[in-house]
Design a protein around this ligand. Sequence first.
Ligand SMILES: Nc1ncnc2c1ncn2[C@@H]1O[C@H](COP(=O)(O)OP(=O)(O)OP(=O)(O)O)[C@@H](O)[C@H]1O
Ligand SMILES: [Mg+2]
Length: 282
Amino acid sequence: MALNDGLLDVRGLRIGFPGYDGTSVEVVKGIDFSVGTEKVALVGESGSGKSLTARALLGLIPRPAQVSAEHLRLGDSDLLGLSARQWQALRGTRLSLVLQDPKYSLNPVLKVGKQVEEVLVLHTRLGRRERREKVLEMLDAVGLPNPSALYDTYPHELSGGMGQRVMLAAMLINDPRLLIADEPTSALDSHLRDQMLELIMDLVEQRGMGLLLISHDLPLVAKYCDRVLVMYRGQIVDRCHAVELAAASHPYTRTLWSCRPSAASHGQLLPTLSRQLLEEIA
Ligand SMILES: Nc1ncnc2c1ncn2[C@@H]1O[C@H](COP(=O)(O)OP(=O)(O)OP(=O)(O)O)[C@@H](O)[C@H]1O
Ligand SMILES: [Mg+2]
């Protein structure tokens, strides 16, 4: 397991939405976790609070949600109470977010090269020539062929897999310490999924970064990550080493693992979760 050097430290994170009667509906209920220079997966069923947790770490929680925590630290900085301008300075430089589908993240009317370069324009004082050089290097580093031709293409000319690589290039060009990836491969065909995940893992390792990967794909998590946090209804109910997923002792983690579809289970009913059991142990 990689060193946990306390890149990100989250204590008592709560996220709530105002309810009809003036009360708050809590969807993330006081969770604690940390991420160092390592690959940590956040898994759990739909609606368990994974994406909202990731968004809170980037200051991107949708209104009217409210975030509170005992602390939310990235290195020496406390993220709680940052202004909009401070969040903007942080995103793309010290931490970055890769989302599911490049269609929604890339600007359709801006050439690919310009889009990756935009991050440098916003966050560095590099000159035009240096920026272009850095963009070409980064497009090459994410495995895109012929970067100088690609620089002048528009997002619609790219396949989904290429678009996702462009996104990754934009997110990594400023050397963030922590990458948060929310289902980064679920819009891709299965053969591209492994390639993309492998690329993310290689880059994270090469650059000595931390990764928080949100995924529904437990076999991929077991293959690529170091540790796993299991979320259920706004709480982290289990934590384990990724290699231990197949032999997890927590009933929820066990069910998540055994619910994964595979060629062997084709045509058979997948196991379902006993909610009652979970209520007892939660
Ligand atoms: N804008 C909103 N207003 C009210 N409730 C919301 C809002 N956004 C999310 N929620 C609720 O917060 C809970 C957690 O949502 P979140 O998107 O974090 O789930 P998730 O674990 O990422 O699920 P998935 O695996 O489907 O992406 C869900 O129950 C959802 O209904
Ligand atoms: Mg989500």
